[in-house]
Design a protein around this ligand. Structure first.
Ligand code: ADP
Ligand code: NI
Length: 220
């Protein structure tokens, strides 16, 4: 095996172990899907495949939700990169991608490199479509949020703060964030995939509303 293959192999083992028990939508299989998508996009965009793969594998290790602080999470990633023998340029690049992705969230600064844009697209694609729906309900359940609550503020009027404090519902999250992601894709290939997943989510929400309303002449 080459050095790079060795490093990628070590990363897989490390990340699988770190995220194995997560039930908030950041489990190992989320990482596998994001990494696979990132490699696909990297091929289309002719980006650095090694950087895309390594960054995708490590992208949630520094997540705020899984660490004491953003800084602690990022330090963990940098430490691992050094220990694994990643060269300085590679370490800097991965650090930049992981920090911009997890700190900026949706409203953050644009990604500085093509590889960063690709990994961010791959991560966002996993929040869309059938998988996105599944993850949203799983995450909501883990936070004790309801599926939906018609007595809550109208979906569009919920502020980011309210939804961050858990005063939201799974269905609200679609209007808060997921339906907006399509327009935030960086690469053309991701836009095409996002479009299909967006349509599927809209269909799901339409059916959801229809079933919710069935014969429901203001019972309460
Ligand atoms: P990632 O960092 O992998 O992009 P997030 O940490 O933003 O993802 O969220 C993980 C998953 O949980 C995503 O699928 C996302 O849509 C969902 N999620 C995040 N916040 C909420 C929320 N307030 N309500 C419901 N689902 C959420
Ligand atoms: Ni992620």
């Amino acid at each position: 095996m080459t050095d790079r293959e060795n490093i990628l192999n070590d990363a897989r083992i490390y990340v699988k172990k770190e995220l194995a028990g997560d039930s908030s939508g950041h489990d190992w299989w989320h990482i596998v899907r994001v990494t696979r998508t990132a490699k696909l996009l990297a091929e289309v965009e002719q980006a650095d495949m090694y950087i895309c793969e390594l960054a995708a594998l490590l992208h949630d290790i520094a997540d705020e939700k899984l660490n004491e602080s953003k800084e602690a999470g990022l330090a963990k990633v940098v430490q691992w990169l050094e220990h694994a023998g990643v060269d300085e340029a590679g370490r800097e690049h991965i650090r930049d991608i992981v920090s911009t992705m997890s700190f900026g969230g949706g409203a953050g600064q644009p990604m500085a490199t093509l590889e960063g844009r690709i990994v961010q697209d791959a991560d966002r694609l996993d929040a869309l479509g059938a998988l996105g729906i599944a993850r949203t309900f799983a995450y909501s359940g883990s936070k004790g949020q309801l599926i939906y609550d018609p007595e809550l503020l109208p979906r569009e009027e919920l502020t980011h703060e309210q939804y961050r404090k858990g005063r939201s519902t799974a269905v609200n999250h679609f209007y808060e964030k997921l339906l907006k992601l399509k327009l935030l894709m960086n690469t053309e290939a991701a836009r095409v995939l996002a479009d299909e997943r967006h349509q599927f989510m809209k269909l799901f929400l339409q059916q959801f509303d229809q079933e919710w309303e069935l014969g429901n002449e203001r019972y309460v």
